[in-house]
Design a protein around this ligand. Sequence first.
Ligand SMILES: N[C@@H](CCC(=O)N[C@@H](CS)C(=O)NCC(=O)O)C(=O)O
Length: 214
Amino acid sequence: MPETITIWTYDWVPEGPRGFVRDLRLRWACEEAGLPYAVRTVAFDDRETNHLDRQPFGQVPMLEDGEIALFESGACLIHLARKSEALMPRDAVGEAQVLQWVVSALNSIEMVSVPWWFLSIVGGADNGLTGWLDNRLNQLENVLAEREWLAAGRFTAADLIMADVLRVAKVRAHGERPATEAYVARVTARPAFAKARADQLAHFAAADETRKGD
Ligand SMILES: N[C@@H](CCC(=O)N[C@@H](CS)C(=O)NCC(=O)O)C(=O)O
């Protein structure tokens, strides 16, 4: 099958974010679904100006699929999930559950965890968002203590994105949450995650070589 899907990421990033750049979510989804894809890049160094016509915030990832062009990893993931039952069931109830938890990962967890993580770097782990983060993570821990997967009784795109949000080491190290820990380990043990992560690391390692030669 020809590649019709293109995942856009940066041509290079510093060491710190490697393995966490959000194109990984889309690589992972394509690997789970068996969807062929190509990876193309925009320049990290010019990110504030060079692709604002396609991503108004100068961020990655972006996704192209035929005439469809998307930004926001969540929107891109939902687009991919609509293409494959491996990521989202076809029945209305299962689909609604997946959509609900995808939005929840982004809008209830990541919305707190990313600003908390950022404040923890500049001001320490005990910052103004700690109580909010603790609440959210404790509430999620209660959910995960009762079920193996978030939606439809099996792995879906909802688990992919929730685990990706939760796997940030600093967030996981913040408090003892055994069900969450086991959940992240379970979801990230999937071969499709390992492949997506290894491919992203290789992509940025190759970029180091190119930059050295410049
Ligand atoms: N809400 C966006 C966030 C995208 C985002 O934060 N991307 C990071 C890379 S993982 C980025 O491009 N950072 C550079 C910047 O914000 O200037 C999404 O989920 O796609």
